[in-house]
Design a binder for this molecule. Structure first.
Ligand code: FAD
Length: 389
C-alpha cells in the first residue's frame, strides 16, 4: 500500500461505503457469529461476500484493482466489524498485510501478477513469521531456504499461521543465510503458494478467535521459484517485516477498539434490562462507574487510531503513534470485555450471551502484532530518541 496515493476518498464516498458495511454486518455477520464461533466453523459464505464488497482489495492501490482505501477509512471498517465479531476481520487483515508487503517491497512482476488476483480474493494470503521457538524474537527463526538453480528449497516449521488452511499462500519469513551476523541480514521473505512440501500439519484449537483457521505448518523440501523471493534480493526479509508494522498495528488497534465498543454496547443494553433491588442495574453507581470508564476509553482509543492512521495516510513516520494506538486500544478491548463480564454477572459465563466471546477474543489483540509489553518498550525508546538531549 503506497499510503500517499490512496487518499482520494470524499466524505460522501466514505459514508456510502461505511453504510454498505453496516448493512452487511447486520444481515450476514451478526446472525452467525455466536453459532460459528462456538462450533469453530469457518465462515465460507462470508468470504464470498467479502469478495463482492471488495474487502480483499481494501488497501491495495486502485492501479492494481483494489479500493485504495486510506488507513483511516479502513480502520473504521475494521472497528465496525469487530464490534460485532472480530474473528472474520482476520480473513482479510492478514491477507492485506501480505498484499501491502508485496506492494511496498515486491518486484514489478510480483506486483503485476499477485496484487490484482489478491484484490478480487481469487488468491488469498496470510503472514508466516512465527515459529515454535520464535515469536517476539523473530531473528531466532530456523526455517531455511537454500538456493538450487532457479529455485529455493525450504525446510522448517511455522506455528500460529492464520489463513493457512483455507487460504492459497503465505508470505514466508526464512533464513537464506542462517550463519549471518547480525542475524537479521540473513533473513528473506518468499511468496509461498501451496504445493508439494507445503504441509498444513494441524489446525490449532483456540480459546478465542475461533472459526478462523490458524495452523501449524511444516515445510519439507518445499520448492519455490527464485522469482518468488520478495523484492528479488536476499537479506531484506527483516526490514520488509518491520516495514509493515505501522499499518499492521493500526489494524490490530482497530480490532481492539471494535471489541471494546461491542462489549460496551452489550453492557449498556444489559444494564438497562437486568434489575436488582427493584431497579435496572444501570441505576447503581457501581455499574455507572464502569460504563463511564469504558465509554471514555473507547473514545480515546478511536482518537488515537484516527491520529495514527491520518499520519500514516499523509506518509508521515508514525511508528510511535501506531504503537500507542495498538497498546491503548487493545488494552481497552481487554478492559471493556472484562468489565462487561462483571456487568453481566453470572450470565457472562453462559454461551447464550455474546459477551463471553468478546472476553475470549480480546486478549489476543494484546499479544499479536507485537505484544503490548514490547509496544511500551518501543514507545519509550522512540520518546527518548525523538527528545534526545
Ligand atoms: C490466534 C493467534 C493467531 C496468530 N496468527 C499469526 C499469523 O497469522 N502469523 C504469524 O506469523 N504469527 C501469528 N501469531 C503469533 C503471534 O504473532 C505470536 O504469538 C506473538 O508474536 C508472540 O510471540 P510468542 O507467542 O512466541 O511469545 P514470546 O515471544 O515467547 O513472548 C512471551 C512473553 O515474553 C515477553 N517478551 C518477549 N521478549 C521480550 C523482551 N525482549 N522484553 C520484554 N518482554 C519480552 C512478551 O511480551 C510476552 O509477554 C498468532 C498467534 C495467535 C495466538
Amino acid at each position: 500500500m503506497s499510503n500517499e496515493t490512496n487518499a482520494q476518498w470524499s466524505a460522501e464516498d466514505e459514508q456510502a461505503l461505511l453504510d454498505t458495511i453496516d448493512g452487511w454486518i447486520e444481515k450476514s455477520v451478526a446472525p452467525i457469529a455466536r453459532e460459528y464461533d462456538l462450533a469453530d466453523k469457518y465462515p465460507h459464505e462470508l468470504v464470498e461476500e467479502m469478495k463482492e464488497l471488495g474487502l480483499f482489495g481494501a488497501t491495495i492501490s486502485q492501479e492494481y484493482g483494489g479500493l485504495g482505501l486510506p488507513a483511516s477509512i479502513y480502520a473504521k471498517i475494521v472497528i465496525r466489524i469487530s464490534a460485532v465479531w472480530m474473528a472474520p476481520t482476520g480473513i482479510f487483515n492478514s491477507h492485506l498485510i501480505m498484499a501491502s508487503a508485496i506492494e511496498r517491497a515486491g518486484t514489478e512482476e510480483q506486483k503485476r501478477h499477485y496484487l490484482p488476483l489478491m484484490a478480487t480474493g481469487e488468491l488469498r494470503g496470510g503472514i508466516g513469521l512465527t515459529e515454535p521457538n520464535a515469536g517476539t524474537d523473530l531473528q531466532a527463526i530456523r526455517t531455511v531456504a537454500k538456493r538450487e538453480g532457479d529455485h529455493y528449497v525450504i525446510n522448517g516449521a511455522k506455528t500460529w499461521i492464520t489463513n493457512s488452511l483455507h487460504g492459497d499462500m503465505i508470505l514466508l519469513l526464512v533464513k537464506t543465510d542462517p550463519d549471518s551476523q547480525p542475524r537479521y541480514k540473513g533473513m528473506s521473505m518468499f511468496i509461498a503458494e501451496k504445493g508439494d512440501g507445503f504441509i498444513v500439519a494441524n489446525k490449532m484449537k483456540k480459546s478465542g478467535y475461533r472459526a478462523i483457521d490458524t495452523c501449524e505448518l511444516v515445510f519439507e523440501d518445499y520448492k519455490v521459484p527464485a522469482s518468488r523471493l520478495l523484492g528479488g534480493v536476499e537479506g531484506q526479509g527483516f526490514k520488509q517485516t518491520l516495514g509493515g508494522l505501522e499499518l499492521g498495528r493500526i489494524n490490530v488497534a482497530a480490532r481492539g477498539a471494535g471489541i471494546a465498543e461491542g462489549a460496551l454496547r452489550l453492557s449498556v443494553r444489559y444494564a438497562q434490562e437486568r434489575r436488582t433491588f427493584g431497579v435496572p442495574i444501570a441505576e447503581h453507581q457501581a455499574i455507572q462507574l464502569k460504563l463511564g470508564e469504558m465509554a471514555s476509553k473507547v473514545e480515546a482509543s478511536k482518537l488515537l487510531i484516527e491520529s495514527a492512521a491520518k499520519a500514516f495516510d499523509k506518509g508521515e513516520r508514525c511508528d510511535m503513534e501506531a504503537g500507542m494506538a495498538k497498546y491503548f486500544a487493545t488494552e481497552t478491548g481487554a478492559y471493556c470485555a472484562q468489565e462487561g463480564m462483571r456487568i453481566f454477572g453470572g450470565y457472562s459465563y453462559s454461551t447464550e450471551y455474546e459477551i463471553e466471546r468478546f472476553h475470549r477474543d480480546a486478549m489476543l489483540m494484546c499479544i499479536g502484532e507485537g505484544t503490548n509489553e514490547m509496544q511500551k518498550i518501543i514507545i519509550a525508546k522512540q520518546l527518548v530518541a525523538r527528545n534526545a538531549i
